[in-house]
Each structure stands twice: as structure tokens, then as C-alpha cells.
Design a protein around this ligand. Structure first.
Ligand code: SF4
Length: 363
């Protein structure tokens, strides 16, 4: 299928608008960075401590970060996902990255990232369920992290909730989302990817289909606030994309320098040749953002599924519906990360959801 067919699809003014904005913004050459090995929480199932990533320590001197920025700028990096550890513990370092690149930061929400100096920073604030579930999974049974984060980011347009749907509890979703929306924020969903429930069954498999349906219902209820299309929701929850099954062999978010085996490089599936996932030492990289060596079968990380779709443009050219699924995924990635203008882009969400939901009903 020739890329020329794409030009036919772009006769639709709405699609042409989305595509034009993405083209004007230009391509992203992305990396992820652990800003620090330190965290002020120990969440159940957090990949960072489960995989021993804290053993790579943040350099004591901040000048190491200056040299890292110089190296990555020279390499052509223009977009950084800042993770950790907890980035809000290291605001001076976060500011250096923010000033040098387009940046997206993931935080647990306990400490507010100030507005001053970070005015256009996309802040993904974690929540893992309702107040009780979140307290159990993230607050060691005592601390209501969700309540603190709601206070910290009330009416803050930079904040979007990075809601990792609690396995087996789809009935919590509506209440959590209504609180996030009432708080003046938008919502992106993720799926929990822990390594087990202790009951002999991985938690992430528990009522997965029910979780997916409830997330789709939230898109129906709050189309102007949900930063995930029903298409990405399906791909992420099923691990299926055009006959392919999600896993290492097709994953596009591997560190290009250390994470790609010769077999993976040769198997013909798209890869991101620029991507690296840096540890907190700012020198070494790991296989991917969420794993050092661990099994891919529990990986439901939504960002990696965004990348999987985005790098598979050609397989989305068979129909205008498939192309729309691809283009809206790409556009939402740019929108969440403020690579395109945020306020006008948010206004397009209801039409994006209307179209992608209609295609899901047909499929
Ligand atoms: S665990 Fe890492 S390598 Fe495996 S599929 Fe997920 S992102 Fe890719």
C-alpha cells in the first residue's frame, strides 16, 4: 500500500488539520531519563524498585546533568520523558531538562511541582484507584496519596492524571475519573503491570475486559477530558495490533544502544532508532523504560503501546478508518506532551473520540 493513499485520506479537512499540526511540529527524537534514584513512596508493584533500578545512583554533582544535556542535544534528542524515582524531589535538575528539551514528567503527586519556571510542563500525576485502593497500593495503608495530589494540582491545566486502572476493580473507575475531572484536570489511562497478586494469578489479568469497557464508558461520559482513544484502549488491553501480539519481538521502545538483540534488529518490525532509556546515573541504559530483564508478558504500559501504533503507520493505510486510528493516536501523543498547541487541541478531543468510537463499533 503506497503512502500516496494517505493523501486521499487527507482530503478530509479534520484529518488534514491534525496531520498538518503534527507535520508543523516536526518529528520527535525521544529518550526517557530517571532523574533520580530516590523516591518518597514504595508503591506495590512499582517496576522501578521491583527491577532494582535504584542501584544506578544519580550523580552527586549537577554538572553531570549539564554534560548529559550536551551529549543528548548533540545526538539530536528533542523530547524527554522524565521518570524515576520521584522527579519532584529534584526540581533544580528537572528545570535544566525542561529548559533544554520538550519534557513530560511523571510524578506521584505528593509534592507539587511549582508553576513558576514550569509553566508549560505536562505533568502526569499517578493514581492507582479510589482513595482506599490507592492508599493500600501506594500509601502503605496509611497515606491518602490521591487526596494530596488532588489538592496539589487543583485547577492546574498542566496536570493530567495517569490513572493506572486497579486490577479487578472496574467499579472504582467512574468515581475516580469524576473527581479528577471535577479537579479541573484531564485523564490518561494505563493498565497495572505488576508481577503477581500472591494468589497464584497475575493481578493485571483480573477483569481486564471489564476495565477496558469501563474506560470506554468514561470516554463516552467525558469526551473533552479523556486523553486515550477507544482504539488505543483496545490495543493496550488486548496486546493485539493487526495480527501481531505485543511483546519484545514487536516492541518499538527499546534502548537502541543496549536493548536490541540481533534477532530483534533483523525481524523486520519497526524500531525507534533514537530511543534510549537512561538510568539515574545518566550513562547506562536499560532494555526499556519499565524493565531491565523482566518478562514482557505483564507489560501493559500505555506509552509503549502509543509508540507501537505510531511506528506502524504503514499497516494503518488500508482504510480511512485505520488511518484515522493511527493519526488520532499520533495527535494525542503530541497533544498530551504539548508538542502541539494544548488548548485548541483539547477542543478537538470530542470529535476525535466520536470518530474512533464509531470505528470501534464497526469492528
Ligand atoms: S517490558 Fe519493555 S521490552 Fe517488554 S514489551 Fe514492555 S516495553 Fe517492550
Amino acid at each position: 500500500m503506497s503512502l500516496r493513499v494517505m493523501q486521499e485520506y487527507l482530503n478530509d479537512p479534520f484529518l488534514a488539520k491534525l496531520y498538518g499540526e503534527i507535520r508543523a511540529a516536526g518529528p520527535l527524537r525521544s529518550i526517557s531519563v530517571d532523574l533520580t534514584h530516590k523516591c518518597n513512596l514504595r508503591c506495590t508493584g512499582c517496576y522501578f524498585f521491583a527491577e532494582g533500578m535504584e542501584s544506578r545512583r544519580m550523580p552527586a554533582g549537577i554538572e553531570e546533568l549539564d554534560r548529559f544535556i550536551e551529549r543528548e542535544t548533540a545526538r539530536g534528542t528533542n523530547f524527554v520523558t522524565v521518570v524515576g524515582g520521584e522527579p519532584s524531589l529534584e526540581l533544580e535538575r528537572l528545570k535544566k531538562l525542561y529548559d533544554a528539551f520538550a519534557v513530560n514528567v511523571a510524578t506521584n503527586g505528593l509534592l507539587r511541582i511549582p508553576y513558576e519556571g514550569f509553566e508549560d510542563l505536562p505533568i502526569g500525576v499517578a493514581v492507582w484507584g479510589d482513595h482506599e485502593s490507592d492508599r493500600t497500593l501506594r500509601g502503605s495503608g496509611r497515606l491518602d496519596v490521591f487526596a494530596r495530589a488532588l489538592d496539589n494540582y487543583r485547577d492546574d491545566p498542566r496536570a493530567f492524571w495517569y490513572y493506572t486502572a486497579t486490577p479487578g476493580r472496574p467499579e472504582e473507575i467512574a468515581d475516580v475519573v469524576s473527581q479528577c475531572v471535577a479537579n479541573g484536570n484531564s485523564v490518561l489511562f494505563n493498565y497495572y503491570s505488576d508481577l503477581g497478586t500472591g494468589e497464584g494469578r497475575p493481578a493485571y489479568l483480573c477483569r481486564l475486559e471489564d476495565l477496558r469497557r469501563e474506560i470506554d464508558r468514561m470516554i463516552d461520559l467525558y469526551p473533552g477530558h479523556i486523553l486515550l482513544s477507544s482504539y488505543v484502549n483496545r490495543v493496550c488491553s488486548t496486546g493485539r495490533l493487526h495480527g501481531l501480539r505485543w511483546g519484545y519481538d514487536v516492541c518499538t521502545s527499546l534502548s537502541a544502544d543496549t536493548g536490541v538483540t540481533p534477532e530483534r534488529a533483523a525481524n523486520g518490525h519497526p524500531l525507534n532508532p533514537h530511543f534510549r532509556s537512561y538510568n539515574a546515573d545518566l550513562v547506562t541504559t536499560r532494555r526499556c523504560c519499565t524493565r531491565v530483564t523482566g518478562d514482557c508478558s505483564s507489560c501493559y504500559d500505555v506509552w509503549q503501546h502509543f509508540s507501537w501504533i505510531i511506528l506502524n503507520l504503514r499497516s494503518h493505510l488500508g482504510s480511512v478508518e485505520e488511518f484515522t486510528n493511527w493519526l488520532t493516536t499520533m495527535y494525542m501523543f503530541y497533544l498530551i506532551n504539548r508538542i502541539v498547541d494544548f488548548e485548541p487541541g483539547i477542543a478537538l478531543l470530542p470529535e476525535i473520540h466520536r470518530r474512533t468510537q464509531a470505528y470501534e463499533l464497526q469492528s
